[in-house]
Design a protein around this ligand. Sequence first.
Ligand code: SF4
Ligand code: SF4
Length: 165
Amino acid sequence: MPAVEYHQAAQSPPLRIDMENLNDANKCDFCSAQCCSYITQQIDTPTTMQAFDVLLWQIAHHNIHVFKDGNGWYLLSMSRCSHLQADNRCGIYETRPMICREHSTGGCEFDVPIDQGCELYFQHYDEFEAYCRKRFRTWDRRLEKFEAARAKEAAKEKAKLAKKK
Ligand code: SF4
Ligand code: SF4
């Protein structure tokens, strides 16, 4: 494979990587610390329209993604660790948390970016809503139904109060 240009950081000049000599021991030198640039949190498997509606609200926020892999569903927040140094090295390497110690360079995000290694990956509101619409036949009627149920509940409360007077 020929050498390719890789941009280590926005302001750094591009580095030349000899792809033939790239290995698990040296690839961090050419990486923008992809594994330290996001966090994930596993969530209950969404099954109802209401649960997907909550996820839709969450993904509407900047840098929040949703994905599903073989272990289940996750929220992902794109956010660089505050301990990352300007050279993309860990500033607390000796005392870094256990989860960082467990992470290995073998088959890491440098080889397979997180959005390419899972079953489903959503970055934007519109793509997630399109998935929900496909999954639930009545997706577009859910808000109407929700408001109708709320109006019914409010009318019931009003009638109750009127009876008491
Ligand atoms: S472990 Fe992988 S993703 Fe993390 S800094 Fe090294 S090469 Fe990049
Ligand atoms: S503590 Fe260090 S190794 Fe862990 S995510 Fe932050 S920069 Fe990366």
